[in-house]
Design a protein around this ligand. Structure first.
Ligand code: C5P
Length: 318
């Protein structure tokens, strides 16, 4: 729910936009299918991916201010730079530039999505900053316009403006919705003690491929899209695939143990999420996801285990 409208007395109430705080939910993403093509000349890989927004989320609150500032609490507080290198600040500046308004806001992040985890937490926060500042400043951009600004911030950011389950092509920034009857999928999310650098994982995949040591690519997303239509978690589990998984495992060999522990605990399937090191395990229902989380916690193979469901909406005022 939007917090109560509390106009600042010294602010002109005639100004467009919200004068009270705007709180935005920023969901994390996983990739149900991550097909990685060759390295392009611009340093990115051509992707065919199926994104899926999950209920694990950060919260970004935007308030009026005379400058642009960012504070944070939660996961990664004290580790994450809060200056102009932070993607949230860059997102606010990019929106202000696009809309021709001053980039003035006080932003506060409550972070639950771990850093460098393969869950696109930084991208989620950037999408949230676009949505929050758009509401705060009354710039009234459409989701498509926000996604256009988002594509300059990172490959995953446009998806996180939309959320749901969607096909990503190009370097991941070209997003189209997957039209299937809504089904909720349940997950146990095994979060590692530490992070992996996305460019390093892509680089490791190139190295493994050059050495002939990477398994066959997962190919087109058609099988996964067909599985989504069947609405059967066992069928979906069999269709999950991630070309980055061998590269993440190569850089973080303990992930083999995590994947084995989840499968041993009865998960329908387990994959590395994006570039890792988070692993996600598909459950039959919410109760099964809780049971998997308990078993994975007892197995002591990762820092913390969460449960989540998807798909959920992208960054939203709430
Ligand atoms: O787009 P983003 O800034 O999130 O990408 C981070 C890095 O991940 C890129 O610099 C690149 O090394 C790698 N990447 C890639 N191919 C993609 C997306 C990301 O190689 N399609």
């Amino acid at each position: 729910m939007t917090e109560a409208w509390r106009p600042d007395e010294d602010e002109e109430t005639s100004r467009r936009g919200a004068s009270g705080p705007v709180k935005v939910y920023a969901p994390a993403k996983i990739n149900l299918h991550l097909g990685v093509g060759p390295l392009r000349e611009d340093g990115y890989h051509e992707l065919h991916t199926v994104y899926h927004a999950i209920s694990l989320h950060d919260e970004l609150t935007a308030r009026r201010g005379d400058t642009l500032t960012l504070t944070m609490e939660g996961e990664g507080a004290g580790e994450l730079a809060l200056d102009g290198t932070n993607l949230i600040i860059r997102a606010a500046q990019a929106l202000a530039g696009y809309a021709g308004v001053p980039a003035h806001a006080r932003l506060h992040l409550r972070k639950q999505i771990p850093l460098a985890a393969g869950l696109a937490g930084g991208s989620a926060d950037a999408a949230a900053a676009l949505v929050a500042c758009d509401a705060l400043w009354g710039t009234g951009l459409t989701r498509d316009e926000l996604a256009e600004v988002a594509s300059g911030l990172g490959s995953d950011v446009p998806f996180l403006v939309f959320g749901g389950t969607a096909l990503g092509t190009g370097r991941g920034e070209a997003v189209s919705p997957v039209l299937v009857r809504p089904t909720t999928w349940h997950w146990a999310v095994a979060i590692a003690d530490g992070g992996l650098s996305t460019p390093k994982v892509y680089g490791e995949l190139d190295r493994l491929r050059d050495a002939g040591a990477a398994p066959l690519p997962v190919g087109s997303p058609d099988r996964l899209l067909g599985a989504l239509r069947q609405r059967d978690p066992a069928v979906l589990g069999a269709a999950l695939g991630n070309d980055l998984e061998p590269a993440a495992v190569s850089l973080w060999p303990e992930l083999t143990e995590v994947l084995a522990a989840g499968r041993g605990a009865g998960a329908l399937a387990g994959i590395v999420s994006g570039s890792g090191p988070t692993c996600v395990f598909l459950a039959a229902d919410a109760g099964h996801a809780e049971a998997l989380a308990r078993e994975l916690t007892a197995a002591d193979v990762c820092r913390v285990v969460r449960t989540a469901h998807g798909p959920v909406a992208g960054a939203r005022v709430g």
